[in-house]
Write a protein that binds this ligand. Structure first.
Ligand code: C2E
Ligand code: C2E
Ligand code: C2E
Length: 88
């Protein structure tokens, strides 16, 4: 594979997400809020989401899932451990 790899386990830091400007994280924040609402899971500091959701979010952000993973790590929304081992 070439370029950034997508995260294997996606655990979103909800507290960090709230600190970031809406023009950056708006779509992600709305997506996470929708999942919280669908699950009735409102009290967590983190939210585990589906690998499939990363693919949907990548389309929304016009990135590959690997690029979005890197972006989310840069923002502190995903921990660096979410980055799969690199081959380069
Ligand atoms: P883990 O997956 O590493 O999650 C660690 C802690 O992060 C959880 O502790 C919980 O406090 C928080 N957390 C992770 N994802 C979410 C989320 O989507 N919503 C909320 N509100 N909190 C989240 P907890 O609950 O004591 O669980 C400890 C471990 O038990 C988890 O470690 C996981 O290995 C297992 N576990 C708990 N619930 C599930 C589940 O629904 N499915 C599976 N497969 N394992 C689960
Ligand atoms: P659903 O997809 O029909 O899932 C029904 C129930 O199956 C969920 O109820 C949950 O108890 C269980 N379930 C399904 N997949 C998993 C999984 O990977 N891990 C665990 N631990 N449980 C799973 P719940 O949580 O009340 O969610 C209700 C509905 O909300 C789901 O119905 C789905 O439509 C939506 N939803 C919840 N979480 C997510 C998510 O992370 N991503 C997406 N795309 N939808 C979600
Ligand atoms: P998890 O609960 O440890 O589930 C790990 C993987 O097992 C899921 O990865 C999925 O591939 C599979 N899996 C578990 N339960 C189900 C199920 O009911 N139906 C199907 N089709 N597959 C299932 P995935 O999808 O990437 O989800 C990652 C994590 O996101 C889950 O870890 C769980 O913590 C959370 N999650 C995903 N969907 C839901 C949901 O509907 N409700 C809740 N409460 N948590 C969910």
């Amino acid at each position: 594979p070439s370029g950034a790899e997508p995260a294997t386990k996606i655990v979103i830091n909800l507290e960090r997400l709230q600190q970031l400007p809406a023009e950056k994280v708006g779509p992600l924040a709305r997506y996470a809020a929708t999942i919280q609402s669908q699950r009735g899971d409102y009290n967590g500091k983190v939210l585990s989401i589906r690998t499939e959701d990363l693919r949907s979010l990548a389309i929304i952000y016009d990135m590959t899932p690997g690029e979005l993973t890197e972006q989310l790590i840069e923002w502190g929304v995903l921990p660096p451990e979410a980055r799969p081992a690199k081959e380069d």
